[in-house]
Ligand binder design. Sequence first.
Ligand SMILES: Cc1cc2nc3c(=O)[nH]c(=O)nc-3n(C[C@H](O)[C@H](O)[C@H](O)COP(=O)(O)OP(=O)(O)OC[C@H]3O[C@@H](n4cnc5c(N)ncnc54)[C@H](O)[C@@H]3O)c2cc1C
Ligand code: FES
Length: 332
Amino acid sequence: MPTITYQHQQITLESGKNLLEGLENAGVEVPCSCSSGVCHGCMAQALGGTVPAEAQMGLSANQRRLKYFLTCQCYPKDDLQFTLAGNLEARTTATLVEKRVLNQRVLMVRLQADIDWRAGQHTILWRTETRGRTYSIASSPDDGFVELHVRRRPNGLVSHWLEHELTVGDQCQISPATGDTYYSPAMPGQPLLLVGTGTGLAPLTGVLRQALNDGHHGEIYLYAAAGEPQYLYMVDELRALAQQHADLHYFPVVHRNPEHQPDLLLGDLVELIPQRHPRLRRHLVYLCGAQPMVDFLKEYCFYRGALMEDIFIKTFSPGEKSPADAAMAGQQ
Ligand SMILES: Cc1cc2nc3c(=O)[nH]c(=O)nc-3n(C[C@H](O)[C@H](O)[C@H](O)COP(=O)(O)OP(=O)(O)OC[C@H]3O[C@@H](n4cnc5c(N)ncnc54)[C@H](O)[C@@H]3O)c2cc1C
Ligand code: FES
């Protein structure tokens, strides 16, 4: 049994449990958001011992060299000593400058914060020192603010707090932006295919804004889907943008259209995209939102000619929530 040491405290890990779970069982509150290796919120730094390679997946070469690792992905086989100190230091204070309910499901917030990001990346917005949630950045750095599209959940630890407690002028903490889904055309004139469900539109909006700001040469196709028309958002804004840019083709998509609203595509993205885009050679593809759609279209786009390195994906699957999350959510 390896010896795991955090601040002179020995942590005992039950078999099959990761370090994040072991720490929380021992009463140590660890910052975390996704519990699935995506957000990097639970990052720790080894001071000694051996870091399992899988706990460093997705980290930069520099972070790996400095022995940073993700506690939620860490199943230590050898002794390990570590600190969580750098985790808090990396955060930035952000000020809420705008908050608007866009529809029944989506809240838009804008933050003023001194952080660097690439359009399409995500950050963690922290409600407390240790409890945060990951959100994709919908603005481009040229906009000068960090815009998030937050799915409103009645018991949402962060979404409910953001909507009902944080007010304009209040401050909160956000993490450095991470993620490799961002606007990065390899060739001029490369067509862009942006496909999203729900708030998967957020990273796509970031990529779109950046592409337009950079004078992207090439057609841009944006498909944003929701179950019914009232769950679509930013429709007027995106239509107006499409009128200003001849190369931008925007398609709001719904599963049901009870009032037969015009100008909406009816159907499922996994059928519509193959019907409308049979050839995808040279395309730069961004797929964001529901896992089944992303998985299906990733394979489809590859088989229809897009290079795997030109297909960027982001899914929002809920991670396992820790006991501390459940306890905090129960308080509201
Ligand atoms: C890389 C990444 C980027 C993301 N970007 C965005 C974004 O731009 N906008 C956005 O709204 N969300 C985004 N998410 C998801 C976001 O982090 C979750 O919506 C968040 O965990 C929900 O937080 P909450 O405070 O609202 O609710 P929580 O307190 O986490 O959960 C409340 C309840 O809702 C359920 N729940 C939470 N998430 C989901 C889900 N996805 N599907 C079904 N049930 C769920 C929980 O199981 C729980 O019962 C992203 C996630 C990742 C990993
Ligand atoms: S990467 Fe570990 S909590 Fe998100």
